[in-house]
Design a protein around this ligand. Structure first.
Ligand code: B3K
Ligand code: ZN
Length: 870
């Protein structure tokens, strides 16, 4: 870590390694205070021009070094590792070093999580374990022997197959693991601890028997079943849809409480944040269940897209992440409701990724320049990366896309590849020219597509003019037109779909945009049609078209595509949000036409729509989603306008909301139809909480809370109480605390609610820092209390007195060294100063300047702050 001039790396500087490591034998003598690591590596020189071996290593204490079993003194320890001079062209290097897991609060490398020891090596954590070529294009076969105290650590796990074990003196024991698949060190894992284990089996399509094991903290076995179901579903789905079979004889998942992100796809030994494993009806919401299904799938799918074919260098991260997110999205879509899943994914993209494009951290899905790699595990690389894969899928169709996947594995299995390799395989397998499409990998920013139309009654022609432009981003000023698949549909007034034809031929509903401006002509159109644009959100762009209210209401009710229905509702709301924000800013009365309410009423009362889709449509956009409508964000105005709309909806639709709420009451089951009903019921409850009829709603909410037999319903009631500031709020909050305070994952929900409350949130958050269930050492707690406040309570965080900013930097000062990765995630809302008015921007600037002055500012924070202040 170096505050003055951390060194940036550039994608174009990639060089092949001078040496490679073919095999490594690791030997761990494990204890939390001091662990001794002995690494014996078989090293081969690749570049004859150098005999200096440079290994990465941080926070290591070197005890001994041998080359070919002889002590070796010809080396120098540097700030970033070790340089070993005059090495032979092929040799065995033995390194013995010590590490201190207990002091590792950054949770990168080997660290202590509760009573267990575990590792996290991606992206560059292995260098905190031993000196190594810590880069993804060095693939070695790993053997790992672990020795530890048998009482504290009865289970000793690593990658691959267990090949030997034994007992030693002094209550010590050892286990040896061997992973037959060569892998980069970021996929190495080790876990030691005492657990309860859920055992199961999966028979692959070629009839191989795979042992499945989920390791959870003692007492949590009853919360591990959904994870196992999800795992088996994922294994089966990957065989069916992608033809991909699991390759080892055992697959293990370990749930730990202290984890910087969601989970990690280590070969054969996935390590998970317990949030994405543990669930039972009393403690987990429907969304938790869906999150677990998605993340279990995601990590499992990495076994092929990430592990069997890995990344050549970290700039290629989207090669495995974009593709694997696409795969997990498709898995969830196939398991549940495709359209609901699509809308949820689009929401995240539009809210978070579009905001990232408009921030100092804007970058292409394949970044060009990186100081701290951990800063690039972003929504851009992941979610926009997945959208790019989805566009390929749209352009090729499922069959050719799968042919492309097969060719990709044929060419690159067992090696480290690039994004270009992937696109090349897709192109070669499909025969479709993707040259222009590849620009999506190098161009950052959110493209804007503007559509205008003309109806020529005489010639019965409908003419579309489509313009595209990508506004400059902070990392890249010049932009070129992209290859954008624009999926459309035309409707006649009676709701029938109009065939797309031109000069006697039918035209595909996916239009290919390549140029700044293009025209599309459709023949035999008898009346001015209503157009649905961007069906299924066919490209990650902002779309502009001057819709009339009645056209949007038409699309809400008649569009064949669920995303278009939802999106029409969003566009309708956006119109009145914009209008009311300006009314509010000019001290004028706010308004919402009756016709808009009626449009929503019709959706609410529909008996043909999926209840989950209705729930999505009647859920107002969040303040963050709304913020993206504006170049300069006024968080206060947005908050007031949103509250106004919620109230309007609640009062005007009160009877319908109440009736639907009652209609949706049903017994609790965990299946998609039942979840959909619950989603609609609880979104009605949420809206009702804003109605003027507080007394009745208070009774209703209280009753739901008291009678709930599952967390989805308890939490929905609690949320309604907090957001609607109902009378029962304090007693329900207190009850929840008393019931769950020993359960961190459940308390996270309670922290989030209070951090996002419209009422004195900052004071509450400050008090809750002292709560018995809170700890600044646990990333989940930090994200729930502090992360939720800074990210999801914009009106409070951006309070005009700067109190929110002040609070955040105090926290960041504490977390800067303790856990740089978590700190770096928290700072995101503070670096977006250019999106705010002068007064806020200058307060944000001085907060950042204060941080910049810190001694030992981590590279993670430095990278973001320096970009923000540039
Ligand atoms: N590959 C990991 C993420 C690692 C993050 C390192 N800071 C989880 C995933 O994407 O599946
Ligand atoms: Zn991933």
């Amino acid at each position: 870590m170096n505050k003055n001039s951390p060194i940036a790396k550039y994608r174009l500087d990639y060089k092949k390694p001078d040496f490679t490591i073919t095999d490594i034998d690791l030997d761990f003598n494990l204890a939390p205070e001091i662990t001794t690591v002995t690494a014996r590596s078989h090293i081969v020189q690749l570049n004859k021009a150098t005999n200096t071996l440079i290994l990465d290593g941080e926070d290591l204490k070197l005890l001994a070094m041998n080359i070919d079993e002889q002590p070796w003194q010809d080396y120098k320890i540097t700030a970033s590792g070790i340089e070993i001079y005059h090495v032979p062209s092929e040799f065995t290097l033995t390194i013995v070093n010590e590490i201190k897991p207990i002091d590792n609060t950054a949770l990168e490398g080997l660290y202590v999580s509760g009573e267990a020891l575990c590792t996290q090596c991606e992206a560059e954590g292995f260098r905190h374990i031993t000196y190594y070529l810590d880069r993804p294009d060095v693939l070695a076969r790993f053997t790992t022997r672990i020795t530890a105290n048998k009482n504290s650590y009865p289970y000793l796990l690593s990658n691959g197959n267990r090949i030997a074990q034994g007992d030693l003196e002094n209550n010590q024991h050892w286990v040896q693991w061997q992973d037959p698949f060569p892998k980069p060190c970021y996929l190495f894992a080790l876990v030691a601890g005492d657990f309860d284990i859920l055992h199961d089996q999966f028979i692959t399509k070629s009839q191989r028997k795979i042992d499945l094991e989920i390791y959870v903290d003692k007492g949590n076995l009853d919360r591990s079943h959904w994870a196992m179901t999800s795992l088996k579903n994922a294994m089966q789905w990957d065989e069916k849809r992608f033809g991909l079979e699991y390759d080892l004889d055992i697959f293990m998942i370990v749930a730990v409480d202290f984890f910087n992100m969601g989970a990690m796809e280590n070969k054969g030994l996935n390590i998970f944040n317990s949030k994405y494993v543990l669930a039972k009806p009393e403690t987990a919401t429907d969304n938790d269940y869906l999150g677990i299904e998605g993340v279990i799938g995601h990590e499992y799918f990495h076994n092929w897209t990430g592990n069997r074919v890995t990344c050549r260098d970290w700039f290629q991260l989207s090669l495995k992440e974009g593709l694997t997110v696409f795969r997990d999205q498709e898995f969830s879509a196939d398991m549940g409701s495709r359209s609901v899943k699509r809308i949820d994914d689009v929401k995240i993209l539009r809210t978070v990724q579009f905001a990232e494009d408009a921030s100092p951290m804007a970058h292409p899905i394949r970044p060009e320049k990186v100081i701290e790699m951990n800063n690039f595990y972003t929504v851009t690389v992941y979610e926009k990366g997945a959208e790019v894969i989805r566009m390929l899928h749209t352009l090729l169709g499922e069959e050719k896309f799968q042919a492309g996947m097969r060719l990709y594995f044929e060419r690159h299995d067992g090696s480290a590849a690039t994004c270009d390799d992937f696109v090349q395989a897709m192109q070669d397998a499909s025969g479709i020219d993707l040259t222009h499409f590849k620009l999506w990998y190098s161009q950052s920013g959110t493209p804007e597509v503007t559509v205008t139309d003309q109806f020529d009654k005489l010639n019965q022609q409908y003419i579309l003019t489509v313009k595209q432009t990508t506004p400059p981003t902070l990392d890249q000023t010049e932009k070129q037109p992209l290859h954008i698949p624009l999926d459309i549909e035309l409707y006649a007034k009676d709701g029938s779909v109009i065939d797309l034809q031109y000069q006697g031929k039918s035209i595909n509903h996916v239009l290919n945009l390549h140029q700044t401006e293009q025209q599309f002509i459709f023949d035999h159109v008898q009346e001015k049609p209503i157009i649905a644009l961007l069906r299924d959100f066919s490209a990650p762009v902002k779309i502009h078209y001057d819709y009339q209210d009645d056209e949007l209401i038409f699309l809400m009710q008649k569009a064949s595509n669920a995303f278009n229905r939802y999106d029409a509702a969003q566009m309708l709301l956006a119109k009145y949000i914009r209008l009311n924000v300006s009314y509010y800013q000019q001290n004028q009365a706010m308004m919402l036409p009756e016709s808009v309410i009626d449009g929503f009423r019709a959706i609410l009362l529909s008996d043909t729509l999926d209840p989950a889709l209705i729930a999505q449509i009647i859920t107002l956009p969040s303040e963050n989603e709304i913020a993206n409508l504006f170049a300069v964000v006024d968080p206060q105005a947005i908050h007031v306008v949103r509250q106004f709309l919620l109230k309007q909806f609640a009062n005007e639709l009160y009877d319908e909301l109440y009736a639907i709420y009652r209609h949706c009451l049903s017994e609790y089951r965990i299946d998609h139809a039942n979840m959909a009903k619950r989603a609609l019921k609880n979104s009605c409850l949420y809206l009702l909480a804003y109605a003027d009829n507080k007394k009745e709603v208070n009774l209703l909410v209280n009753k739901q809370y008291q009678h709930a037999d599952n967390m989805t319903d308890s939490l929905a009631a609690l949320q309604a109480a907090v957001m609607g500031q109902l009378l029962c709020k304090d007693s329900l909050l207190a009850h929840f605390d008393e019931r769950w305070y020993q359960d961190g994952l459940v308390m996270d929900k309670w922290f989030i609610l209070q951090a996002t409350s419209p009422d004195h949130a900052l004071d509450t958050v400050k008090q809750l820092l002292m709560h018995r269930a809170f700890s600044l050492n646990n990333p989940n707690r930090i994200r729930s209390l502090i992360g939720a406040f800074v990210n999801n309570n914009p009106a409070a965080f951006h309070a005009i007195d700067g109190s929110g900013y002040h609070f955040l930097i105090e926290i960041l000062i504490e977390l800067n060294l303790k856990n740089p990765q978590v700190a770096s995630r928290l700072i995101d809302p503070l670096i977006r100063l250019k999106r705010y008015d002068e007064q806020r921007a200058s307060l944000m600037r001085s907060a950042l300047e204060r941080l910049l002055k810190l001694d030992n500012l981590s590279n993670d924070l430095y990278e973001k702050i320096s970009k923000a202040l540039a």
